[in-house]
Design a protein around this ligand. Structure first.
Ligand SMILES: Cc1cc2nc3c(=O)[nH]c(=O)nc-3n(C[C@H](O)[C@H](O)[C@H](O)COP(=O)(O)OP(=O)(O)OC[C@H]3O[C@@H](n4cnc5c(N)ncnc54)[C@H](O)[C@@H]3O)c2cc1C
Length: 450
């Protein structure tokens, strides 16, 4: 048998994890790997963009894990500035555009890892400068360049975790920042009562947070943005940052006839295969939510890397599966840490669960120990079974990573009663004698009895 040809569409987390894993298992005499990336960078950390814009970390080089040169040493050919514009499944070819040049390349195996597309409402489509998404390192570089002459006012539209991280970054840059969110609280991935704590922290940073407000237009003066028009007034803006969420980037796959699921992403089997020899991974796919039992679109780097790895192992002749997600996410606003896992109340309602909630206040360390600060923990437990359905944490130092213990418990379908006896680490510098996790589990157990 001749050399198998693998083409990868998308040169970031999912695509290059797949390429790297496949290469580890099959040498160049057996497998040729050619990846197309329409942007300028490969294997970059979009997650680092807010910290780069805010001046906390260097970029863009520091945010790149592997560049094309490095991949070449591993016999993986990556072509940046190359956009795949079509897939022909019958002919097993892709059409590629590089500048004004268009050509076709054949494949035996294909990894579709085109990521997600930021939501960009019609009002954001303007030729005027000063309106930015933050999806790629190119976006980050363009925003930094725009900020350089000392812009003064910024409006961030969308109060999800990326919007909140960007608002903080712009404050760090010395701008006067307004954050506009149409929901009643920012960070709607946590329950509104926990989101209220986030709102307090956002305002504490000096950000003008406007909730329940919808943007309808931009005002421009020819070549640059001047203000954001909302249903509650007009807000001056030298720069507008969009953080309105993303959708799976499936246009090419859809045009080729590949199946999309109810969550909008490509449907794969457990091995990340869509159909014979066609694989998909990362933000362009839907995943199984292990608690709701439903398909979900959860565009996070942690999943993209794992899914890409699974696809690559299978392409390389091994066997691996991606078992789904439990909805764990973590972020921070200034020194306030926010984390969640499992289902929020809204998600549990949508899935049809009947459940109790319990919210507790505790501290990260023994109350008497220097640096002890408050934290709030909320848990959801299923009526009847007592199964932990989800948890949310808002607090300061060392609060948020406690979510990992909850994530393991959700993953393993533990009950809150089982959780009350968990053997968690205790010493005064690390936790009160009853860790907040144990206190929250106990309170949920009481709520179930009540
Ligand atoms: C500001 C920001 C902060 C984030 N923070 C976190 C975080 O803290 N934690 C976390 O887990 N996740 C975070 N994420 C999400 C994470 O970055 C993504 O989930 C991850 O990058 C998805 O990887 P991917 O390979 O599926 O897609 P992408 O990283 O989007 O890569 C897809 C690539 O495909 C290329 N491409 C698309 N179409 C074509 C085509 N037709 N031809 C050629 N190339 C194409 C794109 O240019 C892109 O480089 C953040 C994202 C952003 C934007």
């Amino acid at each position: 048998m001749g050399v198998v040809r693998l083409i990868v569409i998308g040169g970031d987390a999912a695509g290059m994890s797949a390429a790297s894993q496949a290469r580890r298992r099959r040498g160049p005499d057996d497998l040729e790997i050619l990846a197309f990336e329409r942007g300028d960078y490969t294997s970059y950390s979009a997650c680092g963009i807010p910290y780069w814009v805010g001046g906390l970390v260097d970029g863009p080089e520091a945010l790149i894990a592997r560049d094309p040169e490095r991949f070449r040493t591993h016999r993986i050919e990556v072509r940046t500035g190359h956009e795949v514009t079509g897939i022909d499944l019958d002919k097993r070819t892709v059409t590629v555009r590089a500048g004004s040049h268009t050509f076709e390349e054949g494949f035996d195996q294909l990894v579709y890892a085109a990521g997600a597309t930021p939501v960009r409402p019609p009002w954001a489509d303007t030729p005027a400068g000063g309106v930015f998404g933050v999806q790629t390192l190119g976006d980050g570089a363009a925003l930094r360049e725009w900020l350089a002459p000392g812009r003064k006012t910024a409006v961030v539209v969308g109060g999800g975790y990326i919007g909140v991280e960007m608002a903080e970054a712009l404050v760090r840059r010395g701008l006067t920042v307004t954050l506009v969110e149409k929901a009643p609280q920012p960070m709607s991935t946590v329950d509104p009562d926990m989101g209220a704590l986030v709102a307090e922290a956002v305002r504490g940073l000096g950000i003008d947070l406007r909730t329940g407000v919808t943007v309808s237009a931009l005002e421009t003066d020819g070549d640059r943005v001047r203000a954001v028009v909302t249903d509650a007034g007009t807000i001056p803006a030298d720069v507008v940052v969009l953080g309105l969420g993303v959708r799976p980037n499936t246009a090419l796959a859809e045009a080729a006839g590949l199946p999309l699921g109810p969550a909008g992403g490509l449907v794969t089997d457990l091995r990340q295969q869509v159909t014979d020899g066609i694989w998909a991974a990362g933000d362009c796919t839907q995943v199984l939510h292990r608690v709701s039992g439903r398909p979900a679109h959860v565009p996070l780097g942690t999943h993209a890397n794992k899914q890409g790895r699974v696809a690559g192992i299978n392409i390389g002749g091994g066997y691996a599966t991606f078992p789904g997600v439990v909805g764990t996410a973590i972020t921070k606003i200034c020194d306030l840490e926010v984390a969640r896992t499992g289902l929020s109340s809204r998600e549990a309602d949508a899935a049809g669960y009947r459940y109790v909630t319990a919210t507790i206040e505790s501290t990260n360390r023994a109350g008497y120990f220097p640096g002890a600060v408050p934290m709030t923990v909320k848990v959801l437990a299923e009526r009847g079974t007592g199964k932990l359905l989800g948890a949310q944490i808002v607090g300061r130092t060392e609060a948020a990573k406690r979510i990992d213990a909850f994530a393991v418990a959700v993953w393993n379908r533990m009950t809150v009663t089982e959780m009350t006896s968990l053997d968690l680490g205790y010493a005064p510098p690390y936790a009160p004698v009853w860790d907040p996790i144990l206190i929250a589990a106990r309170k949920a157990e009481q709520a179930l009895r009540g």
